[in-house]
Design a protein around this ligand. Structure first.
Ligand SMILES: Nc1nc2c(ncn2[C@@H]2O[C@H](COP(=O)(O)OP(=O)(O)OP(=O)(O)O)[C@@H](O)[C@H]2O)c(=O)[nH]1
Ligand SMILES: [Zn+2]
Length: 299
């Protein structure tokens, strides 16, 4: 992880973090390199694949950002959009038995995954509390997610139960952990990568630690699994959805969407709505449909 041994003058790499104008790039040979960017590439973000070049003075610069699969953008406190993470393959949506699961929030994260064209993995933490706190409705909600093709994993950030299996689902992918406060994201991250402090300590030498709340760090784990993590990524929830985007975020709705009588059907009150029909026919879960209606009302 040292850049002194670097002999190449140009190459391709991946941004593993950024601090203000400075970016840390992991090169193909796994060494890391501090880079700046041309002004017009200023939106380079953690997770981006980039071409870099070293000039005569020894400093390196990013010359090209490769086309992204997707990106997560948030507004800065000045109201400007800022990309905080790029090229995310899997959203690990963490809930726990205490604080209790909020299925409407899980739906919202799933919508984000569908919009990003990323996989969604539902993780329920604190297995030790299931017996005391899990309700029949909770188990039903989990069954419904599995029924429409989402994987559900039960883990313990405390004992480490299920963590190996979680790690397996991450392999070959760039993953992010999401979930509300107290569900155990830090505990899970620590279980997955007990050595992560080392990486953090390395990059913090560039100063400007206050940026760590918005910038993400990319951690490479065994089996080519990557975890992209930061408080700003963890509490990301998609907003500014319209009714069409919302409906498209419920994947079990998709086969029916073109069969409604009205092309701009909101699947709420309209006659001859194929979604409402599918709910009646028990093809679509009434619970998910009700949460869709609640979300629609809150747009
Ligand atoms: N009983 C139980 N408690 C757990 C488990 N995993 C984590 N906790 C506890 O849950 C609390 C919250 O865990 P954190 O890892 O800080 O949760 P977080 O999601 O990172 O929270 P924020 O940083 O607020 O977003 C802590 O007191 C943990 O010790 C578990 O498997 N079982
Ligand atoms: Zn409809």
């Amino acid at each position: 992880m040292s850049n002194e041994t670097h002999v190449a003058t140009k190459g391709t790499g991946r941004v593993i973090t950024r601090f203000g104008a400075e970016l840390l790039v992991q090169c193909a040979d796994k060494t890391t390199l501090r880079c700046t960017t041309k002004r017009k590439l200023d939106n380079a973000a953690c997770g981006d694949w980039v071409d870099w070049q070293r000039n005569e003075t020894g400093t390196a610069r990013i010359d090209k950002i490769h086309k992204r699969k997707n990106d997560i953008t948030r507004l800065t406190y000045r109201g400007r959009p800022k990309t905080i993470a790029a090229n995310v393959d899997q959203l690990i949506i963490v809930s726990s038995w205490l604080p209790e699961p909020i299925w409407s929030l899980v739906d919202r994260y799933i919508i984000a995954a569908e919009r990003l064209n990323a996989e969604a993995l539902i993780v329920i933490n604190k297995t030790d509390l299931a017996e005391e706190y899990a309700t029949p409705e909770d188990w039903e909600a989990l069954k419904e997610y599995e029924h429409i093709g989402y994987r559900v994993l039960h883990v313990s950030g405390m004992s480490g139960e299920g963590i190996d299996e979680l790690h397996k689902t991450m392999s070959g992918k760039t993953n992010i952990l999401l979930g509300r406060s107290g569900v155990g994201k830090s505990s899970i991250a620590n279980q997955i990568m007990p050595d992560a402090e080392i990486v953090t300590a390395n990059i913090s030498t560039s100063g400007e630690g206050r940026h760590t709340t918005t910038t993400a760090n990319l951690y490479e784990l065994a089996d080519e699994a990557y975890l992209m993590d930061s408080p700003g990524v963890r509490d990301y929830v998609p907003d500014n959805l319209d009714a069409i985007q919302l409906a498209n975020g419920y994947r079990e709705f998709i086969p029916y969407l073109n069969s409604c009588r009205f092309s701009n059907c909101t699947h709420n009150h309209e006659p001859q709505c194929s979604i409402r029909q599918a709910v009646e026919d028990k093809e679509i879960s009434p619970n998910r449909y009700q949460r869709y209606l609640d979300a629609l009302n809150n747009l």
